[in-house]
Design a binder for this molecule. Sequence first.
Ligand SMILES: Cc1cc2c(cc1C)N(C[C@H](O)[C@H](O)[C@H](O)COP(=O)(O)O)c1[nH]c(=O)[nH]c(=O)c1N2
Length: 219
Amino acid sequence: MTDHAFSEAERAAVYKAILSRRDVRREFLPDPIPEDVLTRILSAAHHAPSVGFMQPWDFILVRDLGIRQQIKAAFEQAHAEAAAQFEGEQRETYRSLKLEGILEAPLGICVTCDRARHGPVVIGRSQNPEMDLYSSVCAVQNLWLAARAEGLGVGWVSIIDHAALAAILGLPERVQPVAYLCVGAVAFFRERPELEDAGWLERTDLKSLIHHDRWGERD
Ligand SMILES: Cc1cc2c(cc1C)N(C[C@H](O)[C@H](O)[C@H](O)COP(=O)(O)O)c1[nH]c(=O)[nH]c(=O)c1N2
């Protein structure tokens, strides 16, 4: 048994981490991450919920500059392909955004999903086999929030061909990349998402996303 209730300060700290977490691309400092801090954020990730307690994740810690340069090159290629999908002014805005900090952050963490961990039958996965991937995403979010509490920035780089990333990292066939994260100390955390500051999109009104009993039934 654990304590039933959080104190007011504990509750406030949880919401502070959630509300002030940011995706970081440009504010990284080169300072190394202390080992005890790294262990704590990885432990937070490892305590995420997982379907059937499958714990399908691994954490590849990428410090080697040569490997990070290969990942950056894979990003550049995907970024050029993505830019071609936008039109006109939006393409120019997209090109002007900074969408990764692969070389600036001192550490990359690839969170993976072993799709075959603990055999073919897992509690909670038979109808929806993708639940293992969602579990690894929960690990990503735990890591992201713990990092925020530790004053570390995290930036998710998904503008990359995951097959190329898997090859660079030497992942076995059954192991899929879920997230490549740039992790490091930061100069500061932005108050709002960078995409909001750039005028790309605004935070959607929460009320408009809440439906009662059936789709479309709103207050
Ligand atoms: C699955 C997934 C994938 C990506 C992201 C997020 C998630 C959840 N985000 C970060 C994203 O842009 C950011 O979360 C939102 O803009 C909201 O900003 P904050 O995270 O609140 O700062 C992101 N950002 C970026 O600069 N490059 C990227 O490739 C990605 N990819």
